[in-house]
Write a protein that binds this ligand. Structure first.
Ligand code: SF4
Length: 251
């Protein structure tokens, strides 16, 4: 018991609206436990028991950027849970696959439990725990209200892909949208120089896949993507308009 703790900050960059350090991390604490050995392999192979109440269910999507190009990897779903992890009371995030979610239909208010592994590379994952097994829905929560932020079962991943997203201010995500099924905090991997693709940087960006008419929506400043030789690409408003132009205001 007690081998893990949460640390990290939710920190939008001043004037940039992009959180460079956003994801809460769990780190080994105690000595003499499997989790505290100075071995990444041991840490990532150690199966962690977790359980608790779901306080958010959102898509788990990674964004790759290379200057003005971008591509998404649809990993599954991210459950934010208040409960216990490895015997410690905590808030933590669990990444599950789309097949598991299709079967369990997890939403806010549900009580769940399972086993999982500590995420090996937190730069690429919004979750603290992934590779989940023995996921069990213990108790279904109450029926959610039908107003924003939307708290139902998040839709299948192809629905997100088809809808497209708009940038969402990090502060709005934190204050209003972190529980909405249409909100997403994506880990972003950026190739700075495509002739030298090993040069990469990482950050988190927040997006909204929800109705264009949502009263909670705030875009925040445009996002800049660093490139080689000090160059920078600005992702202007028309990119978001283009990505969501096929939807009506209330869709
Ligand atoms: S702005 Fe988007 S993420 Fe936020 S509540 Fe509205 S639909 Fe949900």
């Amino acid at each position: 018991m007690g081998h893990w703790f949460l640390t990290g900050v939710s920190a939008p960059m001043a004037g940039d609206d992009i959180a460079e350090v956003y994801i809460k991390r769990r780190l080994p604490l105690d000595t003499g436990s499997p989790a505290s050995e100075d071995s990444d392999a041991l840490r990532t192979n150690y199966k962690i028991a977790w359980s608790g109440a779901v306080t958010a269910a959102q898509p788990r999507i990674r964004l790759m950027r290379s200057f003005d190009e971008r591509s998404h990897t649809y990993l599954g779903y991210l459950l934010r849970i208040v409960g216990t992890v490895d015997g410690v009371v905590a808030e933590f995030r669990v990444g599950i696959g789309s097949g598991t979610q299709a079967k369990q239909q997890i939403r806010i208010g549900d009580h769940v439990e399972g086993l999982g592994h500590q995420v090996a590379d937190p730069r690429l994952e919004a979750a603290d725990i992934y590779k989940v097994s023995k996921l069990k829905l213990i108790r279904r929560g109450a029926e959610p209200p039908t107003t924003a932020p939307w708290h139902g079962v998040p839709p299948p991943l192809p629905v997100y892909r088809e809808r497209g997203h708009r940038r969402l201010a990090a502060a709005s995500y934190d204050s209003k949208c972190s529980s909405c099924v249409w909100g997403c905090a994506m880990p972003v991997e950026m190739i700075i120089d495509k002739w030298n693709p090993e040069r990469r940087r990482y950050r988190t960006e927040t997006f909204c896949y929800g109705p264009l008419s949502c009263s909670q929506y705030q875009p925040g400043p445009t996002r800049k993507v660093p490139g080689r030789s000090g160059m920078s690409y600005e992702e202007e408003d028309w990119i978001d308009e283009d990505a969501t132009a096929h939807r009506g205001p209330d869709e």
